[in-house]
Write a protein that binds this ligand. Structure first.
Ligand code: ADP
Ligand code: GLC
Length: 482
């Protein structure tokens, strides 16, 4: 039995701001239980809902020596579908109403977290063969492991995997201001952890992890290039031998049109007509005009530059004026995008609805009730929303980037193939053109539309295949020499 420890900054169902939580919440469940003993570590944020905290059992507490002095680390435990979850408690670091705050606080907080994970494992007696880290927040685990624990008997065989979910976020800050890194030897602080004059947690993790993978094959290639590398393309090329791409899956139990409790009407590929009822309920709930002939465009997203909504700003009026479409948006993030959608909600009250905030309920209703799902991302490491929407027969319109390119095959009206609509350049005109094309198929070729819906729903986006790839990655790493 191989022991795998997941260390992350968010994970379903406890704490989620985006797809990272989906992956951390789902992948452990899909790894072969006969071969792998998987456990998950998360911070015990103050903002985790009380209902979850009530079920966490106090395990123990330790005081670890860190640059600020002796630091309290509380360890709590619970189980999700048989998987043990451990939570690191320290209210000094994990307060606040969001897992992430100001970057200058976050770098110190996650440096603490990485140290706390390593300090806790001997206490709970779980000696991992592999620590699987996710994104910059846990990137320092391989670094601290190399700097402080290599002579430690407990960790003598422990290897590390780092999964990059988003290379844009790197944990950058002024080197000398990060208290919890102060005792790292100079060659770590000023060489491995340094990029462009700042500390860069992700870079350090990439250099020190035994294996690195990105969340789609295409993204693994993109981050080695200047455009997608976010300044680290040189580093990525340097480590290309230990770099791979593994596409994410989705939790097909959570997102299941046949059983989803958040949907009014359950449906399957054999009863597609029932999806119409969900569209009606969505329109009613969001105050949109009840109209079955409109093409209802859904968006569920973090509202950041990455997601490409900037492209919509210059075509929104033209689209609204020339096509019978409605838009249902759910998201939260930067003011400029929130304001943009709210403005159109005001301008076209019965055709545009902008819900600013986070809601699982409305997210499921949009996935289950919209006709198309829009993701014009500037870049997209994997993207789960397009996979989720396809499972509900909601046809994605995406830009051909990252994982969107790997998972959405453009509709071909001659060969009757494809499961969505895509455009290539980050260009508003191209986006409008593809929306018009999708609109034409939706309005004038309903039979073809239905076939695309069916192809979407027939796809297997479960974790089955990708979990196998992670298993192979772990086994290959453990059998590697050195
Ligand atoms: P990213 O991780 O870059 O945000 P993904 O497509 O990988 O993008 O995953 C986004 C996940 O977060 C999906 O599960 C999506 O449904 C969910 N999500 C994003 N915004 C919201 C929101 N405002 N309310 C509910 N769920 C959301
Ligand atoms: C990141 C990426 C997204 C990916 C998710 C899960 O948040 O932006 O594309 O799907 O992580 O890996």
């Amino acid at each position: 039995m191989k022991k795998i420890l997941f260390a992350a900054s968010e994970g379903n169902p406890y704490i989620k701001t985006g797809g990272l939580a989906d992956v951390v919440g789902a992948l452990p469940k899909y790894l072969d239980k006969e071969k792998f003993d998987v456990r998950v570590f998360l911070p015990k944020y103050l903002c985790i809902s009380e209902s979850y905290k009530q079920n966490m059992k106090y395990v123990t507490e330790i005081y670890a020596h860190m640059p600020r002095g002796s630091e309290y680390i509380g360890i709590y435990e619970t189980k999700v579908e048989g998987i043990p979850y451990y939570f690191i408690d320290n209210e000094h670091y994990f307060a606040g109403d969001n897992p992430y705050n100001q970057i200058f606080e976050d770098v110190n907080k996650f440096a603490f977290y990485c140290r706390a994970v390593l300090a806790s494992l001997p206490e709970i007696g779980f000696c991992p063969d592999i620590i699987h880290c996710h994104d910059w927040q846990t990137s320092l685990i391989p670094v601290f492991l190399d700097a402080f624990y290599r002579d430690n008997h407990f960790y003598r065989k422990t290897k590390t995997v780092l999964t990059i979910h988003n290379q844009k976020f790197q944990g950058r800050w002024r080197i000398d201001d990060i208290e919890n890194c102060r005792d790292l030897p100079a060659n770590y602080r000023y060489k491995d952890m340094e990029a462009y004059g700042e500390t860069n947690f992700l870079k350090a993790g990439i250099l020190h992890a035994d294996r690195v993978n990105a969340v789609s094959e295409n993204y693994a290639i993109e981050i080695q290039g200047q455009e997608g590398g976010e300044g680290l393309d040189g580093v990525m090329r340097e480590v290309s031998e230990k770099l791979s791409g593994i596409i994410n899956g989705i939790d097909v139990e959570e997102y299941n049109p046949r059983k989803d409790k958040k949907l009014t009407a359950h449906f399957s590929i054999k009863s597609l007509a029932k999806k119409q009822k969900n569209k009606e309920v969505l329109q009613e709930t969001l105050g949109l005009k009840k109209d079955s002939s409109t093409m209802l465009i859904g968006i569920v997203s973090r509202m950041t530059e990455q997601k490409g909504f900037e492209l919509l700003t210059s075509i929104m009026d033209e689209m609204m004026n020339t096509l019978n479409v409605q838009i249902a948006v759910l998201g939260t993030g930067e003011d400029r995008f929130q304001d943009f959608f709210q403005h159109y909600d005001w301008k076209y009250p019965d055709r545009v609805s902008a819900t600013i905030g986070y809601s699982e309920e409305i997210a499921h209703m949009i996935y289950g009730g919209a006709d198309v799902f829009l993701m014009p991302s500037q870049f997209e490491p994997c993207g789960l929303s397009q996979l989720i929407s396809m499972r509900y027969g909601t046809i994605p319109i995406v830009r051909e980037t990252g994982g969107l390119k790997d998972t959405v095959e453009a509709y071909n009206e001659i060969w009757h193939t494809g499961n969505g609509f895509s455009f290539s350049n980050y260009d508003a005109g191209e986006l409008l053109m593809i929306i018009r094309y999708a609109y034409d198929i939706f309005q004038n070729h309903p039979k073809d539309w239905k076939e695309i819906m069916k192809r979407c729903m027939n796809m297997d986006h479960s974790w089955k295949n990708s979990a196998k790839k992670y298993e192979n990655l772990y086994l290959e790493l453990l059998s590697a020499k050195g």
